[in-house]
Design a binder for this molecule. Sequence first.
Ligand code: CAA
Length: 264
Amino acid sequence: MTVALKKIANDTQAPPKAEPVRKIALVTGGTGGIGSAICKKLCDMGCLVITTYRNEEKAKAWQEEMRQMGYEPIVKACDVSDFASCQSMVSLIEQDYGPINILVNNAGITKDSTFKKMNVQQWRDVMTCNLDSVFNVTRCVIESMLDRGYGRVINISSINAQKGQFGQTNYSAAKAGMHGFTKALAQEVARKGITVNTISPGYIATDMVMAVPEDVRNNIIAQIPVGRLGKPEEIAHIIEFLVSDSSGFITGSNIAANGGQHMD
Ligand code: CAA
């Protein structure tokens, strides 16, 4: 009798559900303030998260710190300013883990200077790290996203792309270029299940913003209606929204998170 009941129970059981596919997310420059929050959020969402680094010692220490918090991101050496370096980084990831589903172009630097004092190196370093990198990494992942009919590309720009910033002709130009890229690529890949969007953070409490001289920084904070710097987690929250399967109709957009400092 027991056996017969067991048999019926087994027959009426729903077939085992297929394991949800673990998405692979590549976050460039993930060891920084905003990048770390993005990596944690994507890990929390169940993604396999990989980030790029240039400084091995810093990256290993960051990875250990993340592990102690219960996160297991993978780190890969890459100079995002260099196309060949991006090609080998992406092909290693594909070979070891599989195709990349989510790309967050987050790597960026500042070399602030008034324009009359800016030298060619300060211009080039910021353009290559912040803007060429977007071409370099996206170009290496887009064909696989097109083949698979799915992708999320998110470019981390800046409020200073939208409004300009004294002392940042290089950075403002590069970050504004990112959103032009977003809008053009979004049109090219829209029919293939790939969305491309920009996030424009305002002044967020990270090392980059803390490097601004204190008096200048305090002046900036005084111009933020919300009355404080943003938190990296507030940017990661937008990533969660854009990566969601329910956000497939949002593409070519620029989502600003700047405490009301710039509205357009
Ligand atoms: N508007 C108008 N004039 C300004 C000014 C401003 N915002 N800031 C400075 N000036 C004036 C000064 O009063 C001074 O005038 P005088 O010569 O008449 O006295 C002059 O400009 C100073 O010019 P210098 O070329 O000598 O500038 P400096 O060497 O003192 O420093 C700077 C210039 C490096 C750009 C400095 O102002 C600075 O660090 N500014 C902050 C730039 C900034 O916001 N960076 C953001 C970094 S974080 C980030 O980028 C993340 C993100 O996405 C938001």
